[in-house]
Design a protein around this ligand. Structure first.
Ligand SMILES: [Ca+2]
Ligand SMILES: [Ca+2]
Length: 253
């Protein structure tokens, strides 16, 4: 009985102590912890409908260029090698073209020089002797002069003023055409004796071979002692020192 009483009193004291613990008093502030009986468990609710997506934001700043990966580097290296090869081939072709142009230019220059020489040679009728197939060759002196001067020139060229081979009109006309003669001294004179025409070796000139033009020789002024060849192929006596003509030179083949 006594034990039961003690247990009862102890239970009462324990319950009183629990009530005191639920109530805390302070001098300036008092708060109260809700009793266990007032704490309620939150009820579980279903999630709401998902809201609409917001508007698209502004575009951001452009980033730094990325570093190519190995595959891209390999492709770029291949492209560079291809361009190098193409450039090399182009330079080779260009060098070959320049060489070709230089070769053509040099060839044209050589041809021009050759043609120029041929042209000058064709214009310079004094450069060569002309063969008329009568046993003699002919040319005219490079300069005009009196009878004596052109005879000296012919002798310097290895011949003398023409006479022996020009005793036919046909040959004279051929020479006039070949050498473009207008008037030329020939090797016939009557200086030693008036009216007696001689060749340069002193022999008498044949009458037929002199081929005097009409009314010639007339010894005009009393001083015409040297013969000239007119462009018509006939002869005329002239003053040996007063006229300036080319000399018709002759030498044996
Ligand atoms: Ca005379
Ligand atoms: Ca005359």
């Amino acid at each position: 009985m006594f034990i039961v009483l003690i247990v009862t009193i102890s239970s009462i004291l324990s319950i009183q102590a629990q009530q005191e613990m639920l109530t805390c008093s302070r001098t300036s502030n008092t708060f109260q912890i809700p009793a266990l009986s007032s704490v309620t468990t939150p009820s579980v609710t279903q999630p709401g409908v998902q809201g609409k997506r917001g508007p698209v934001g502004q575009k951001g700043a452009k980033g730094e260029p990325g570093i190519p990966d190995n595959e891209e580097l390999t492709r770029l290296q291949g492209l560079i090698n291809t361009l190098k090869e193409q450039l090399h081939n182009s330079l080779t072709d260009l060098r070959r073209m320049v060489e070709n142009v230089e070769a053509v230019t040099q060839r044209n220059k050589n041809e021009t020089v050759s043609l120029r020489r041929e042209l000058l040679a064709s214009l310079d009728t004094n450069s060569d002797w002309v063969t008329i197939f009568n046993g003699y060759q002919y040319r005219k002196t490079m300069d005009e002069g009196n009878w004596t001067q052109t005879r000296d020139a012919c002798q310097a060229l290895g011949g003398d003023l023409a006479w022996r081979g020009i005793q036919t009109l046909n040959i004279r006309k051929k020479l006039i055409s070949e050498l473009s003669l207008y008037y030329a001294w020939i090797g016939l004179t009557d200086t030693s004796e008036e009216g007696v025409w001689r060749c340069l070796d002193g022999s008498l000139a044949s009458l037929d071979g002199t081929l005097w033009d009409r009314n010639e020789p007339n010894n005009s002024g009393g001083q015409e002692n040297c013969a000239g060849l007119r462009e018509n192929g006939f002869s005329n006596d002239l003053n040996c020192g007063s006229w300036s003509h080319v000399g018709l030179c002759e030498k044996k083949v």
